[in-house]
Every structure is written in structure tokens, then in C-alpha cells.
Design a protein around this ligand. Sequence first.
Ligand code: BES
Ligand code: MN
Ligand code: ZN
Length: 494
Amino acid sequence: MSVTTSLSTRASVKADAVVLFFYQDQKDFDAAVKNLIKDVPHAKPVIDSKDFEGKALQTALVYCGSGYATNRIILVGLGKKADVSIEIVRRAAAVATKAAAACKSSSVAYDLPEVKGLDAEEIAQAVSEGACLSQYKYDKHKTVSKNKNGQLVKKFTILSDKTSAKLVKKGADSANAIIAGVMAARDLANAPNNEIYPETLGKAAVALGKMHGFKTTVLDKKKIQALKMGGLLGVNQGSVRPPVFIIMEYYGGPKSEKPIVLVGKGITFDTGGISIKPAAGMSDMKGDMHGSATVIGTMATIAASGIKRNVIGLVPSTENMPSGTAMVPGDILTFMNGKTAEIDNTDAEGRLVLADALCYAERYKPQAVIDLATLTGAVVVALGNVTTGMMGNDDGIKAKLKKAAARTSEYVCELPLYEEYEELISSDYADIKNSGGRGAGSITAGLFLQHFVSYPWVHLDIAGTGMTSKATHYTPRGCTGVGVRLLTEAIKNW
Ligand code: BES
Ligand code: MN
Ligand code: ZN
């Protein structure tokens, strides 16, 4: 899915539908409407009815009859000029695209609005993202009735005049790289475990690296053993399928610049292991590799857009299965750096595989490490599906992520790693234990990880934001691809 740009006008463009944006402010609304009715008299009854007043995310459909080359115009509101934001532009593009899809439009053109504080590049990017991302559906395994609820829009055209053409093209290009990364992340995370398991996750990273321009190395079980990654091997112990450790490298910056390392939890299915999860809803755990999906998707976006930074992606990947060979509570694992942990609950497996990856990250002498993981149910209790939980030891990285979050609306909320919580994960038999009980579950998980870092680091718990049962404007239900836009924005402006 991608957008193209065109010098056609709203009147001349050939598309199943044309989207026009309106402000609610009376003067702007009246002027825009007058202009529209002059070309398309059929728009008058809709406007006269006052069913459409330009309120934020309001839509209306006009059948042109004559005046425009298209037969359908989707009017969409941006609300009051004083309240408009880049997120409202994305959402308006999304709801307008859904309205177009609902009336059988498979090609849509967008006449860009003017937005105070944003240039044509930013507006084009926002409209493109909102439009395309709203049309995602994981339906590759459906062989019948794919489009039960109307079809999806397949062709997206962003209109521009000659003066803004260059900027609009730049915005569309940036959006296309982001859309590719978010879609890749959603596809990987939504895929079931019999399709995406460690070996095939590695293959997907290799394929995306070839397509977008980053280098991928997949370490097999023998190499993982040689590295003494006891956490990854411990979690893998109950599985028939072997683990992998995926390394993705993109050097877009100066040689002397230390890299930013992204680490993603790659549990392709989390049964809980011997501390097995309840049956209801267990299938959601096919998305327990969302952190890795986000890291792989972000590598794709960053490489595709040629961002001038050095970025490394690391993914420890295995299933978490119960079996006669599985690790059991009480077991003690030794990680790559020699530290030990007692297994209190085999369902707290994410931190075990991440611990080894965080040790491995050290060899890059990173200027920053950011890990992403669907790590705790507790973060869903605390923050729901709206905000990612953020923890870490470096205020500079946190500030960068907060800034990128405000821009992308992929929100982050900080949780504290106070030393007082450490006693919850102290162990009688090992250096630490892997579960701290019910209270402060996200924080004790973050503290566990902190034992394995020796550099500026931030941990993002995306258990809530990575999966949702309720669609929002440009995010369908299921796995969301969260983090690709956030990380890309942060790294671009690093
Ligand atoms: N993958 C889960 C966390 C999760 C829960 C992600 C719900 C998405 C939705 C993780 O491995 C897990 O099971 N965590 C346990 C930790 C506990 C045993 C300390 C949890 O949150 O219950
Ligand atoms: Mn688990
Ligand atoms: Zn898990």
C-alpha cells in the first residue's frame, strides 16, 4: 500500500472519490462551500441541510453528477482552525477514506488542506499515513468473502499544485516508508504461530532487509549456545522449534557515530510454559512478538527513507511452550553476562530473552538502547490500550521519545524504577528472580531488565498498545504496529 502524487486538480482528477477538507469556522466554511457549489451544484442540498458543518471528523457524501471528473466527493471536517493538529489531519484522512471505501470507491484522491503551523510536506505525510493505515486488514488467510464490510481503498492519490509539488512528494515519500514499516509490523504480529515462528521470523527480517536496505544475520541455536544466552535457551527448552537471534544492521550515519540499538521481544507464541495461561484469549499470544515486529518494521522504514543514523535491531526469538523438557519454576538460569535468575513463574519469559539481548547490545557501544516488548499484563491494567509504559535510566532518551510521542500520537507514559521496588525481585537462591508478584508488575519487569544494561537505556512496554480489540481511526483491531512511527520520528530528529 502506498500513495502517489499528482498535479491534477480536484475537478480534473480521475478517481472513484475525491476527499475535500473543511474547517468549521464560519468564514472559512462559507467561502469553501461557495467555491464547491460553484463547480458542483449537487453539493448545495447537503450543505443546506446543515448535516455537514465541518466539525472535526464529520463526513458527508456528495454525488457530483457534473462539475468534477469524479462522481463522489467526500467532505470531511477538521473542526475549528484554532484546535487543528497533525493528528486531526491524520484522523480526518482516515475517516474520509473509510467513508469512501463504504461507498465502493477503490481509488481516492485527496485535495490537501492548509494547516497553520504545518508545511505542505507535513500535511501530505499526515494525510497519506491516515489514509493508507486506515485501510489495513489482516485477511491473507481468508479464501472467501474477503470484503464483507465493503471493499478497501487500494489507490491513493495526493493532489498538489506546481508550487507545492516538491514538498508534497517529499511528504508522500516519507509516508510511504512509514506505511511499509507499519504494515510489515502489523503483518508479522498478526501472523499465527504456525506461520511466524522463530525460523520464519528470521527469514522475514532477511527478506525485508533485502527489500529496504539493511543487513540481517540470523544466529541459530548452536551460535546462541556458544554465546551462552541462558535466558533465550531456557525459555526455548520446552519447544520443538529452535530459537533464533536476529541481528539487523543499518549504517546510514557517519562511521564515528555510535549506533542506536533497538531490541524487540520475539516470543512467537506465549503459552505461559509450565505456568500455563488460561485458555480464554490465549490466541492473543501469537502477538507476543510484537516488539520484534516493531523493531523489524522500524528498520525497514529507516532504511527505506535513508535516515542518516546508525541503527541496529536485535531480536531474541523463541516460543514459550510447556512440555516434558520445559523449564520449571525453581530452575536457575545463567545469562550471557554471567548473572543468574531464579524462575518463579515460567510465564515471565519475555524478560529472560530480553536480558540476553541487552547483554549482546553492549558490544555495539551504543549511544542508546531502546527495547520494546509486550512484557506485562500489568501495563494494560495501568494504561489500557492508549499509552505505552516507559521506563529507563536516561532522561535524554525519554525526552526524545516524549517529543516524538506528541508528534505521532503514539503516547508514552513514564513509570518509575525506584530502587525500593527491587526487593520484590530478590531471590534466596540466585541474583534475582523473574517475577515480582502482582503489585507493580510492569515496574519489576523493567527493574529486572535494568540488571542487564550498562548504557543509556529505555524500555517500552507495549502489551496494551500493541494489541487492541477496538479499532480506532487509522488503527484496525488486532496488532497495531505501534512504535514504528514513534521510533522513526525519534531517530530522524535524534
Ligand atoms: N506476554 C505476556 C504479557 C502480556 C499480557 C502481553 C497480556 C499482552 C497481553 C507476558 O509474557 C506475561 O505473561 N507476563 C506475566 C508476568 C507475570 C507472570 C509476572 C503477566 O503479565 O501476567
Ligand atoms: Mn508470558
Ligand atoms: Zn510473553
